[in-house]
Design a binder for this molecule. Structure first.
Ligand code: ZN
Length: 187
């Protein structure tokens, strides 16, 4: 038996893409139901064999909804998670992927030499490489960056999130058609 309280609703933008991938845009089904009743979203799919009852009538539990009016992409905030995501949890020096707990940041131009904490001066690094580089530039340390750091768009971060192997594990099966069908045809 499905635990109704655990069900969540995937929220798509009016263009049928998730509002965001990082994190994935999901609401509680109660929020989604309210939005349906207020005519703000369209229900695309309901959970099978699940009904909830109000005093007057049963309701389906929405699995996937889409906004009726398009919401513009937000600006990306400069956070630890977003830097790791931009770099796909990959050390920008050795090119190996790590869990977040084993990653740190590297100031490409060291802080001691007025290198700022900005999108274009911060890269994801493993501990050993960060330590090896120390207060030097990559050139001085004889190290090469995989790519120069940059400020990502929301769309670039979403694309990075979608490529991460562990993201798929968290997705409800009901959502998969809406998350991957269109995109895999494109690729
Ligand atoms: Zn490394």
């Amino acid at each position: 038996m499905v635990q109704v309280s655990n069900l969540r609703t995937l929220v798509l933008n009016a263009d049928m893409q998730p509002l965001s991938w990082a994190p994935l845009s999901v609401w509680s089904w109660q929020q989604a139901l309210v939005a349906i009743l207020q005519d703000r979203v369209t229900q695309l799919k309901a959970y099978e064999d699940v009904r909830v009852h109000s005093a007057s009538r049963p309701f389906e539990v929405p699995a996937v909804v889409a906004l009726k009016s398009y919401r513009k992409q937000r600006k990306v905030s400069f956070t630890r998670y977003h830097v790791f995501l931009r770099d796909e949890f990959t050390c920008q020096y050795c090119g190996k992927r790590f869990a977040a707990k084993d990653l740190t940041f590297d100031h490409v131009m060291p802080r001691s030499r007025a290198g700022g904490s900005r999108w274009d001066n911060i890269v994801t690094s493993c501990g050993p490489d960060n330590h090896r580089k120390g207060n030097r530039t990559p050139r001085e340390a004889g190290m090469r960056l995989l790519r120069p750091p940059f400020e990502p768009t929301a769309r670039q971060l979403d694309a990075a999130a979608r490529r991460l192997p562990w993201v798929r594990g968290d997705l409800h099966q009901t959502w998969m058609d809406f998350l991957y069908w269109g995109s895999e045809l494109d690729e």
